[in-house]
Design a protein around this ligand. Structure first.
Ligand SMILES: [Zn+2]
Length: 434
């Protein structure tokens, strides 16, 4: 830090001399406010309390920190003096723009295990806790916005999408949307059950493989809730949000896992952005026809393997001869597994929204399909991405996926076919020796 202030001293003074490395049940610093996951009302459930601030540390009933991966930036902001460690948010006017109707699933600890079903109305339900000085924060925020996506503007221009003045506002392609951001809040027994593993094993693995972070995963078996340092999800709702949970109204749904290289930067090695945009267009059409359109965007970059692993895989594919028959093996060679997205927790958000059936599922993924159906939500129709939207270089991926069980209404591929599906080489950019 440059400048005249040196915050180091005052921040250090904020912390006690005796560092609380972990806590144990029945200690004086371990006097948690009861948290009854699965209780049907926010009052009987109790607030999720995770802060280690002075006023709150003894009342904590959850492990981890708010903000998902951004918790680290919060720590950096405090260490650098940019943020007061005792800062409390002013929640004036932050309430949801739409009141999602309470669902039975909000009080069912088997149906929602990876988000706080009352996380959007913390300020309303737990005002007395906040007023008493406890640091309680929302983990869900609901807002509304207008968005403009170039492919959607193009679809309007060529007449594939119409301007209705309500959802699609104009010829520039401005589209009205309700957005819900959700941070992960894990009820560990429920997460363990979803994966069919023992809770003790899950807690041990989370402790060991995060550099020994969160020792309370081991020492506080009474604390059942964990706010993990990972990304969450965003729901984009087209059309009136009250339609989403109405079983008599048709629903088009796209579940999308983040792929920054394609979603934002439009790399042509995969079908991610084309499928996302197709999902948005179909969601808009469904809403314009009196139905509801929902796109849910999960922060699970590169099949939750991350971009570094993803690019290593790209290199090994391009340098090793990029054919569809070897597509999954290339990932497994580097990551040890072909996918870490594990769709088992994904349907929680559908339960939260009150979705009881999906009329049109804009996805070919068998994993997403099976996870939703296993949660008791039938999928009436599955819609593959139209062939003309598939970039040439992404055929390697999509054909390999179809061969591995992805849904298609088109061609099924044999092992022999896959050997012939080749991606673009790098020859124009560098010399490649096979
Ligand atoms: Zn992609």
């Amino acid at each position: 830090m440059t400048g005249t202030t040196n915050p180091t001293k005052s921040v250090m003074e904020h912390y006690s001399n005796r560092i609380v490395l972990t806590t144990y049940p029945n200690q004086s610093v371990a006097n948690p406010i009861p948290l009854n996951w699965g209780a049907s009302t926010p009052t009987s459930r109790g607030p999720v309390i995770v802060s280690r601030s002075k006023s709150t540390i003894s009342k904590r009933n959850a492990i981890g920190a708010h903000g998902g991966s951004y918790a680290i930036y919060g720590a950096l902001a405090i260490a650098s003096g940019a943020l007061d460690p005792d800062f409390r948010p002013n929640f004036l006017n932050t309430q949801p723009t739409f009141n999602f109707p309470t669902q039975a699933a909000w009080g069912d600890k088997t149906k929602i295990v990876s988000m706080d079903p009352f996380g959007h109305e913390i300020v309303k339900h737990y005002a007395s806790h906040i007023e008493s000085g406890l640091d309680v924060r929302p983990t869900i925020a609901v807002t509304r916005a207008t968005m403009r996506v170039s492919e959607i503007s193009e679809a309007i221009k060529i007449g594939r999408l119409s301007i209705d003045g309500n959802i699609v506002l104009n010829g520039q392609g401005d589209v009205r949307v309700t957005k819900v951001a959700v941070e992960p809040v894990w009820y560990l027994p429920g997460v363990a059950a979803r994966f069919g593993v023992d809770e003790v094993l899950l807690r041990r693995a989370l402790f060991e493989h995060t550099g020994g972070n969160y020792p309370e995963l081991i020492t506080r078996p009474d604390m059942k809730v964990f706010l993990p340092p990972i990304g969450g999800l965003t729901v984009y709702i087209f059309g009136p949000p009250e339609r989403v949970s109405d079983p008599n109204i048709r629903l088009a749904l796209r579940i999308h896992d983040e792929c920054n290289g394609s979603d934002v930067f439009q790399s042509d090695i995969c079908t991610c952005r084309p499928y996302l945009v197709f999902g948005i267009e179909e969601a808009i059409k469904e809403a314009q026809n009196g139905g509801s359109g929902v796109v849910i965007y999960f922060r699970k970059e590169g099949r939750a393997l991350g971009e570094v692993v993803k690019y290593l895989v790209y290199n090994s594919r391009k340098r090793g001869g990029d054919t569809a028959d070897q597509y999954f093996q290339r990932t497994e060679n580097i990551a040890g597994t072909k996918d870490m997205r594990f769709q088992a927790l994904m349907p929680d958000i559908l339960h939260w929204l009150g979705i009881t059936k999906v009329d049109r599922m804009l996805s070919m993924s068998n994993m997403k399909h099976d996870a939703i159906v296993e949660q008791g939500i039938p999928i009436l129709e599955r819609i593959p991405i139209p062939d003309e939207m598939i970039p040439e270089d992404s055929r390697v991926e999509i054909d390999a996926k179809i061969h591995s069980g992805y849904f298609t209404t088109g061609k099924q591929f044999t092992e022999e076919d896959l050997k012939q599906v080749k991606g673009r080489g790098w020859d124009a950019w560098e010399d490649i020796t096979h």
